[in-house]
Design a protein around this ligand. Structure first.
Ligand SMILES: [Zn+2]
Length: 96
């Protein structure tokens, strides 16, 4: 399918839509992206801690809880101040 761009925030239907978004957002500076899955259980439902200044990302599988640092994040993790990445479209259990 395609990305719905009619609302304030774009809505995709699957991970391939996110890659399409990245390429467009980067004005084609990003030409290749990969879907991240857990190495232990192959789940693609992950939480992210990100320090965009240091360029460090840690993913944690919501299913088996395996955590790992992506790419060269290990080199920068100690000096980073990562924050939990939150989807603005998600409905939190306690939200009103
Ligand atoms: Zn897992």
């Amino acid at each position: 399918m395609a990305i719905d761009k009619t609302q304030e925030y774009w809505h995709g239907e699957n991970a391939e839509d996110a890659i399409e978004y990245l390429v467009e957002y980067s004005e084609n500076n990003v030409t290749k992206a990969a879907i991240i899955k857990c190495r232990q259980c192959n789940s693609d439902i992950l939480t992210y801690k990100i320090d965009s200044f240091e360029g460090a990302i840690e993913i944690t599988c919501t299913s088996c809880k395996e955590a790992r640092l992506l790419l060269d994040s290990e080199d920068y993790w100690e000096d980073s101040e990562p924050e939990e990445a939150i989807c603005t479209n998600a409905t939190a259990p306690n939200s009103t």
